[in-house]
Design a protein around this ligand. Sequence first.
Ligand SMILES: [Zn+2]
Length: 235
Amino acid sequence: MSRFERQLPIFGEEGQQRIMEAKVGIAGCGGLGVNVITALAEAGVCRYIVCDNDVPDVTNLNRQYIYSAGDPRPKSVISAEWILALNPAADVEAVSEPVTSENGDMFAGCDVIVDCLDSFEARMALNDHSQRLGIPLVHAGVSGFSGQLYVSVPGRTPCLRCVLGTARDPEGPVPSVGAAVGAIAGMEALETLRIVSGLGSACEGVLTTVDLSTMRTERVKIERDSSCSCSEPRS
Ligand SMILES: [Zn+2]
């Protein structure tokens, strides 16, 4: 416990125990993902599913600091190795697949799923898995200086579909600098720790947008989209 001495005033011993027992699903090991796993491993999270089918590319390296150009291994495998280096007691399952509408069962048994993805379609598939499995979903997105955070709790808040609606991916690569990605990912990791420790999330049902060029934040309570399947009574 001395390793976590400085965070015990934040989470308490019971909260720290919950952090160390929690199982976290990490969907995407790109810029958000590498920062989130680092923060969670530091804080003592021991059990992970990490999912990503990409291999490192030189254009990733301005923000995805755990990779080297030319490493032929999938990011999920390198991420698992990174977590184990930070926390040798960790139990990490690496899944080298994209998140699709078919493979959500890998997240069964997780206490929380963290959306570190970069495509609308994969995010919507992940949202539907979160709803079906009844597991809270922590979402973050970042583009240039703009970031956003949202936490969906199945049965209690609107889902991520209600937030993103008919948004689509922009054409071409999203502008991205490591310091901005790291800032938003730090917030995403903190929300995850607040959930698993029992402190509760400040983003539950509330979309928080952060403009890192002006340091302005906005918070909007999300209403359920009556046409969304999350409005249907849960069986
Ligand atoms: Zn919904």
